[in-house]
Design a protein around this ligand. Structure first.
Ligand code: FES
Length: 177
């Protein structure tokens, strides 16, 4: 697993956090026989089941395994695979692999961060947009690459970021009409 370089701060307010299904967490703990040495695998399974690692789930795991909560947060914030905020309804994934990096992927990430007021790895407070980075997805020829949900957008520039965001906002407005 890769260490995280993203901020661990949550931008999502408690009130917008979805309810945590602790029965799913209990099932996973049982599958792993409450084995502390399987903590990382447990966290991965919980994230698969819930979409992220909600604070109540981490507290519950800490209590059930008798592992200090600070240790669990230490792991959850160290690896990029773990997320402490719910995924957004729309996900921007910016490739920062070498080929995309040399063509300006970092500036594209920064533009998303600036416009959405979140850091990579976070979700906007209204849970609408999530931002992530990924290493090479095999489409280097059209980099820098941004994946919006499942749609690939090649040759991305900072100028194209607001266009993408406007398009999604328009679609969102149409749905709510
Ligand atoms: S480095 Fe971005 S797709 Fe390969």
């Amino acid at each position: 697993m890769a260490p995280s370089n993203a901020s661990s701060a949550s931008t999502v307010e408690e009130s917008t956090m979805p309810e945590t299904d602790l029965s799913a967490v209990n099932d996973i703990l049982e599958q792993h026989e409450y084995d502390q040495t399987e903590l990382i695998a447990i966290l991965l399974n919980v994230q698969d089941a819930l979409g992220f690692l909600p604070p109540p789930a981490l507290t519950h795991i800490s209590e059930q395994l008798s592992v200090p909560l600070t240790e669990i947060y230490g792991i959850a914030t160290f690896y990029t695979q773990f997320r402490l905020t719910p995924p957004g309804r729309h996900k921007f994934t910016v490739c920062t692999g070498t080929a995309c990096h040399v063509r300006g992927a970092v500036q594209v990430v920064e533009e998303f961060e600036r416009r959405l007021c979140i850091c990579s790895g976070e979700t906007t407070p209204d849970l609408e947009y999530g931002l992530e980075t990924v290493n090479c997805v095999g489409a280097c020829a059209i980099g820098p690459l941004v994946i919006v949900d499942d749609e690939y957008h090649g040759e991305m520039t900072t100028m194209k970021v607001p266009i993408l965001l406007r398009r999604l906002e328009r679609a969102r407005a149409e749905v709510s009409e």
